[in-house]
Write a protein that binds this ligand. Structure first.
Ligand code: ARG
Length: 381
């Protein structure tokens, strides 16, 4: 019996467990064939297949048409096994910035991404794509994990002011000559660090004007006010590489909107991040003398309520973990309708708060990754 064409195709698109990347012409062909199987995607003609093959033969590479890039980005999102927000995969603003070449232009496009995607709180899922890597895998890089993040200043051996997750990156910025604000706080935006090909990284001012921030307050008490907590509205992941049809885009910042637990249950609560639960519990006058009072759990819920309440007050789009997981279930149903399997990482899809209250809890997921996708890449500092 001849092999099932879908299986053959999905096998060529599989990234997990592949020792060597496929030759470019094979990845390119697999991507074009994938487009042909998708409703709503551009349909590559036989001529397009020949053009791509010829371009690879003659120049060693090829470029995606705007329509291919557009749909490829949506597929990369849909294939992201860690993302609980994939119900919205087909609604994505794709900003084609492949023609930008200088560090200044890339910096400006990052600021434009922030403004466009934030829309004063009416957040739109957005990706900006900078030029692809060359055959040696070199291309532009944004060194920041996200376009907006807070510095973590080392005070002593162990103590850090700000976000401990950014301590190494903050060190790098200081080495590169960054002058932080005179009065340092726990919420100072970091500068952007951008490099071209193999060139030295360059430092650009923190995206202050383009970053919308939300002051965090508790809905029914002023007990958090004097902590002056805040968080930015838009998470723009900028250190992953986008892979489509064998081409890789090492700088392709993308953003959606926050789920409250990302901030309330992780950024603020993790012991190696802002580690706020003991202070919140004190302010809520909880009995912290022993674990059995569940003071951590209670403080965690109040902190997440504060995050949801504050974003709502500021009219910044955010999703709660009940709605987000419910939407993922709808995504799974839509995909089943379309005859496609859904892959996922259970440990990422389950929210870090009340996991067993969500419909995803009893399900199991196969974590295999397919192309197009977003991949981690080597840290440069
Ligand atoms: N978890 C990361 C953070 O807390 C953001 C990752 C992307 N999140 C998103 N909702 N698109 O900043």
């Amino acid at each position: 019996m001849p092999p099932c064409p879908f299986l053959a195709l999905s096998d060529r698109l599989r990234l997990t467990g592949r020792k060597q990347p496929l030759p470019l012409h094979q990845s390119a062909e697999a991507f074009l064939r994938l487009l042909q199987t998708e409703r709503g995607a551009p349909t590559p003609t036989p001529l397009r297949f020949r053009q791509v093959a010829q371009s690879i033969r003659q120049t060693g590479t090829y470029s995606l048409t705007p329509a291919e890039l557009n749909y490829g980005c949506r597929l990369a999102w849909r294939n992201s096994v860690r993302c609980v927000g994939r119900f919205f995969w087909s609604k994505l603003d794709v900003i084609d910035a492949r023609h930008l070449h200088t560090e200044e232009e890339i910096y400006q496009a990052c600021l434009d991404h922030l403004t466009h995607a934030t829309r004063h709180g009416d957040i739109r899922s957005t990706i900006t794509i900078f030029p692809p890597a060359d055959s040696r895998g070199h291309g532009p890089r944004i060194w920041n994990y996200q376009l907006s993040r807070y510095a973590g200043y080392r005070l002593g051996k162990k103590q850090i002011l700000g976000d401990p997750a950014e301590a190494d990156f903050t060190d790098l910025c200081l080495r590169l000559g960054w002058k932080p604000p005179k009065k340092r706080t726990a919420f100072d935006l970091l500068p952007l660090v951008i490099s071209l090909h193999d060139k030295k990284p360059r430092l650009f001012p923190p995206p202050k004007k383009a970053t919308l921030e939300v002051p965090i307050r508790h809905p029914d008490s002023s007990c958090l006010d004097s902590l002056r907590l805040r968080w930015f509205a838009l998470p723009v992941v900028s250190n992953m590489k986008l892979e489509i049809g064998g081409l890789s885009f090492p700088a392709a910042p993308f953003s959606g909107w926050y789920m409250e637990t990302e901030i309330g249950a992780r950024n603020f609560a993790d012991e190696n991040r802002y580690h706020l639960l003991p202070e919140i519990a004190r302010r809520l006058r909880l009995d912290t003398s022993r674990p059995t009072t569940l003071w951590k759990d209670r403080a965690l819920v109040e902190l997440n309520r504060a995050v949801l309440h504050s974003f709502a007050q500021a009219k910044v789009r955010m999703i709660d973990h009940h709605s987000a997981t419910a939407s993922h279930l709808r995504f799974e149903e839509d995909e089943a309708q379309a005859g496609r399997p859904v892959f996922g990482r259970w440990d990422w899809l389950i929210p870090p708060l009340s996991g067993s209250l969500t419909k995803l809890w009893p399900r199991s997921y196969n974590p295999t990754e397919f192309s197009p996708n977003f991949l981690t890449q080597k840290r440069l500092y």
